[in-house]
Design a protein around this ligand. Structure first.
Ligand SMILES: [Zn+2]
Length: 388
């Protein structure tokens, strides 16, 4: 994923409007009246901001193409291929929900009639071409950079500050001045855009939590985050899917328009307390110290963000106070390596604590089970006696 693209998003969608195959098999008698369509039939013309009709969530997507790339082909080249690509994006987004957990059918509708041909910084398209983007209609823009210039970096998902996502599709690995065809089916653009739509719909990246044993100077253990589209979005549809965590985020966020929705999602549905239980060789430990080591850039650091002592073998910690270090919603730690030291024996035990674990607990308790009591995420660290 860290490879080529950056992406962002969306699609369009006609496939979902069709009837199921079964409905076509019903013979219609000559004098039978045409069935009237149900009132809720999806009509793209009705789609505005935060569109959710109870069956479909839909978004109009503004498309932009860099002028350097556009000048090397003609409009037909882009329009025909974009249409195909966005059908594939829509298909992939839904097919990655393999257990039918999504509460809505998602539809991404690219505007292929008024494509913006942009000059200058791709991240500035929403500002520089504001008069071309109806803020009451578009909740997301996808800019393609087919020809990069010296010094241009990677893509990804950004925000205009008010909840309109700004997704950039670019391949920073290609030679400046050369045309890279993001619309070729053999590229990973469809998968990348679906991943960026994950951000658009309020999910954080999960791949940065991966840690190699050699990058953990504290305990020497490795860590692999849960598989999913925000971890590795590139496998074929048959080989990957939205994880349960990702599906929970998609369902709770729906069609919501919000600045950095993924941060808001974490904050609003986070568990209340994290309860640690410490054992040594399976026996309760009375009296210990907990150290929370920071992780960053795929490494465990030797910096301790929090430290605490406890007398009994259980201790509760305010979950938000543990993860958020500043007042802004985006000021949180992604993951800790937690170290437990038995006061009596001096032996140490460890566990990784990625932010999506207590968040998952919060989503289950507060959204799915709607509990009125406080939500607790429980974590046990079993200390193994150190080898001499
Ligand atoms: Zn990402």
């Amino acid at each position: 994923m860290r490879t080529l693209y950056i992406l962002f998003f969306f699609i369009c969608v006609f496939a979902n409007i069709c009837c199921s195959e079964g409905s076509n098999n019903q013979p219609i008698l000559p004098d039978e009246e045409e069935p009237t369509p149900p009132p809720s039939e999806f009509n793209p013309d009705n789609v505005g901001l935060e569109y959710d009709d109870g069956t479909n969530i839909a978004f109009h997507i503004k498309i932009a193409i860099d002028k350097e790339g556009f000048d090397m082909r003609d409009m037909d080249f882009f329009k025909s291929r974009l249409k195909t690509q966005w059908e594939a994006i829509n298909e992939r987004f839904m097919k990655l929900d393999k257990k039918n957990v999504l509460k809505r059918n998602y539809i991404f509708i690219p505007d292929l009639e008024d494509i913006i041909i942009f000059e200058g910084d791709h991240w500035e398209v929403p500002k520089n071409y504001a008069n071309r983007i109806d803020k009451n209609k578009y909740q997301c823009i996808v800019a393609y950079d087919f020809v990069i210039q010296e010094g241009e970096g990677g893509g990804g998902c950004s925000d205009d500050g008010y909840g309109m996502s700004n997704i950039l599709v670019v391949n920073p690995g290609i030679e400046p001045g050369k045309f890279f065809n993001h619309l070729d089916e053999t590229t990973s653009t469809v998968a990348a855009i679906v991943h960026e739509f994950g951000h658009f719909r309020g999910i954080i990246d999960l791949y940065p939590f991966a840690i190699k044993a050699s990058d953990n100077p504290v305990s020497g253990q490795s860590f692999s985050p849960i598989a999913g589209i925000m971890n590795n979005p590139y496998p074929a549809i048959k080989d990957c899917e939205w994880s349960e965590y990702e599906l929970r985020c998609l369902n709770v966020n729906g069609a919501r328009k919000e600045y950095r929705l993924y941060d808001t999602c974490l904050w609003e549905t986070f568990t209340d307390f994290i309860e640690f239980t410490i054992t040594e060789n399976g026996e309760p430990v009375e009296g210990y110290t907990l150290n929370f080591y920071k992780t960053e850039s795929y490494k465990v650091t030797k910096q301790i963000a929090h430290t605490m002592s406890a007398d009994g073998n259980k201790v509760r910690k305010d979950a938000k106070a543990l993860f958020w270090y500043g007042k802004a919603l985006w000021q949180y730690y992604g993951m800790f390596l937690v170290e437990a030291i038995n006061t009596k024996t001096g032996n140490k035990g460890y566990c990784f604590l990625p932010i999506y674990e207590p968040h998952t607990q919060g989503l289950i308790d507060k959204v799915e089970n709607k509990i009125t009591d406080k939500s607790f995420y429980k974590k046990t660290i079993d200390i193994q006696p150190q080898k001499q």
